[in-house]
Write a protein that binds this ligand. Structure first.
Ligand code: SF4
Length: 216
């Protein structure tokens, strides 16, 4: 097999993560929810707390072809990776699942990060509506739920199904109310910063909100 994985560092999936046109996405904000209100869009980022916990007990499904490509990327023999994978999959639904074979146990990093499968790219949104065991997801959900309180006309899409339409800015007059709600959800400082970046909060609004300024 001819290895081309060094040229193809964008991953095995033909479906790249959806990002927002016109918004420069930092890698850490690549996962989000888009709340589509009647007149504007609001983006709620997901902040990964890098616990590495999911990878410690989860082995994603990976096809034989993709395992071959991964072996090539890791400069290992295909057979060696296939055997490790089969062993790990055998334990997957037991009381003592093994860590993913591609997790570096010391650094807690994914050793195949550019080639990781879609379910890992989309985690924690890839677990049937979100993984409530993930603390970052719980914060994300709390903020989404708070931001829609009192509204009946809205739709929420997360990164696994973002419709990729042109985002509509929040009218300046709406920001005061929205920021009050946002702060009521007790966001972490990283969430505050990401929320400001993603939603392009006008400078004048930011400047007059001492609570946001203190946390950002
Ligand atoms: S492939 Fe990478 S991101 Fe996915 S479970 Fe394994 S170590 Fe984690």
């Amino acid at each position: 097999m001819i290895c081309d994985c060094n040229q193809n560092k964008t991953g095995l999936s033909p479906y790249p993560l959806r990002t927002i046109e016109g918004i420069t996405m930092k890698k850490e904000y690549a996962l989000l929810s888009n709340i589509i209100f009647k007149d504007y869009d609001l983006f709620i980022p997901f902040i990964c707390l890098r616990t590495g916990k999911r990878c410690q007990t989860f082995m994603p499904h990976i096809s034989d072809n993709d395992l071959e490509q991964i072996a090539c990327y890791l400069h290992k023999k295909g057979e060696e990776i296939q055997n490790q994978y089969k062993e790990c999959i055998k334990m997957k639904h037991t009381a003592t699942p093994l860590p993913c074979i591609f997790l570096n146990k010391e650094t807690k990093e994914c050793t195949i990060y550019p080639l990781r499968p879609d379910c890992c790219r989309l985690y924690p949104f890839s677990f049937g509506g979100g993984d409530l065991n993930c603390p970052g997801y719980r914060e994300h959900l709390r903020i989404v739920e708070t931001m829609v309180v009192g509204s009946s006309d809205y739709t929420v899409y997360d990164s696994s199904f973002y419709p990729h339409e042109d985002p509509r800015s929040v009218p300046v007059g709406e920001w005061k109310k929205l920021l009050r709600k946002f702060m009521d959800a007790k966001p972490s400082p990283s969430m505050v910063q990401a929320f400001i970046d993603l939603n392009h909060i006008p400078e004048a609004i930011y400047e007059e909100n001492e609570e946001i300024k203190r946390l950002a």
